[in-house]
Ligand binder design. Structure first.
Ligand code: G3P
Ligand code: MG
Length: 243
């Protein structure tokens, strides 16, 4: 794998409707090294890709994902609110996404969105899918719910996990080891020094920072030696990485 990874946040969400198939395809087209997206569970147990617990902001529907079956969710448009030209995009399920990326050889960062609604069985469902598509080596699961990341390791110790964190942690390398994770996924503003980054690397812990959209912030992450940069603009990041 490359030294520094360009990870498209919710797909190429700066220019395309977030967490839709077009955003994932355009991210690959822009030459990303990885894709991040967000997972929830429907009323009938299907794992779907959407950022919020509700569909109000990104689709033509209203209400909680957990209260709809997958087929019911398909009636809502997930593209048109971003732009008329994207009408017809739908909320994808995890299968559609994994089917698309399975031969792309990119990093797949599946964020389990279970810090507000702790969907029972989400970890097992996602891990089983990862094996079904033979993608274990490409995947890292992440969550703001660190108990969930412990559950992942209990279910399958081979699956990589990343701890999402929005605040500055004291000695983060100790915390990541305590939870048994492989990576820290911090808000980029909370990375305070190269010394901390080096301490993580000495312990073989990856740091993948979110969500880095401005040129100067991308350059700072490169300077800090961050492993993965999660961005809404994989095109711009690639330009900066090539300088
Ligand atoms: O996984 C990185 C980032 O997506 C975490 O925040 O709210 O954009 O899902 P959010
Ligand atoms: Mg996310």
């Amino acid at each position: 794998m490359k030294r520094r990874l360009n990870i498209a946040h919710r797909g190429f969400s700066g220019k395309y409707p977030e967490n839709t198939m077009i955003a994932f395809k355009k991210a690959v087209g822009a030459g990303c090294d990885g894709i991040e997206n967000d997972l929830h569970v429907t009323k009938d147990g299907v794992v779907v890709i959407c950022h919020d617990e509700t569909i109000d902001r990104t689709t033509t529907g209203k209400g909680y994902i957990k209260d709809y079956t997958f087929n019911e969710l398909q009636k809502f448009d997930a593209g048109v609110k971003f732009g008329k030209e994207f009408q017809g995009e739908r909320i994808p399920d995890l299968d559609e996404f994994l089917e698309y990326v399975k031969d792309k050889n990119i990093l797949i960062n599946l964020e389990l969105k279970n810090n507000i609604i702790d969907y029972i069985g989400l970890e097992e469902k996602v891990i089983d899918k990862i094996y079904e598509y033979k993608l274990r080596k490409n995947v890292i699961l992440s969550s703001f719910n660190h108990y969930s990341m412990v559950r992942v390791k209990r279910y399958d110790g081979h699956i990589k996990t990343g701890l999402l964190c929005s605040e500055i942690l004291y000695k983060p390398y100790k915390y990541v080891k305590l939870v048994g994770a492989d990576a820290l996924h911090p808000n980029f503003r909370s990375i305070i020094s190269k010394k901390i980054v080096n301490s993580m690397h000495e312990r073989k812990i990856m740091i993948n920072a979110y969500t880095v959209n401005k040129d100067e912030d991308m350059k700072r992450m490169i300077e800090l030696n961050i492993d993965g940069i999660i961005t809404d603009y994989p095109d711009k990041l690639n330009e900066i990485l090539q300088i």
